[in-house]
Design a protein around this ligand. Sequence first.
Ligand SMILES: [Zn+2]
Length: 311
Amino acid sequence: MKGCSFITKEVPAYVGNYTKNRARYGKISEITVHHAAGIVSVDALGQLWQKKGRAGSSHYGVSGAQIGQYVSEDDIAWTNSNWSANCRAVTIEVSNSSGAPSWEVSDTSLQTLVKLVADIARRNGLFPLVVGKTLTYHSMYTATACPGPYLKSKLQWLCDEANKLANMPEDGTSLDKLTTLRIGPASAGDVLTLKQMAEDLSVPFAEADGLMTIGGMSAGDAVTFTQKADELGLPVQTAAEMYVVQAGFFEKEDNANAFYVELSKKGVESVVVSADGGFRVQCGAFTKKENAQALVQQLAAKGVKTVLKEV
Ligand SMILES: [Zn+2]
């Protein structure tokens, strides 16, 4: 199946629920976001599209950290209730985390969606993504509540986050393989130079006592930073990738501390870390992504929303 290389599972849709060979009708020029109008796994969604006579399908489904693919991007999924929009679109159904009327979506699903959208955009030349143009949603094409008020309110954020990943490397697995560099010790002037570069390239930057942690970033950006560090005569180390479970992020340390206290009242352990120009309240840091994901789920069960961050 033509498409994303880092899907969790392929569940081919019934052949009568989509149209073969998109090239006969047009080419991909947008990504359409839908909500599943239910809390569903990627398997359950796949089973729906496998039903003969369903007359509906989607290319992808997102549920938590999982991505299912049902229809090849070379074929036309029937998702948008509009033939020409279907011909142009790669479509994604996103599981909800709550029902009507708010139809919320979990933070984990949103993070997964960012990665998937960025990957589809990169492979199909859709950057920069623009809401309503290259990133579309179901209710643009028909009278429907889809994608629900919550997901709809997140579309601009989704667009911005995906656009930040525009130069992700070709291999698609990139986002799990971002490079983090530790550079320094450096003078205040050199810190400022590298901080400016990080801002220009939209790469996360943290510094303490002249020691900088820069990334996660693409391999290309890592080369740029390494060359600059060499030029300035600064030591460079490649840091092991870490997966941080972030419960909150604050500009002000007082607010981060207050949130830390709130979490501890719920019996959730956390630490406040200075990072990315602010203060992160994190519940754990892991070298294995699965362990971080497990903690995200445990905390979700306690009603604590967290996001997984690569640092
Ligand atoms: Zn829809």
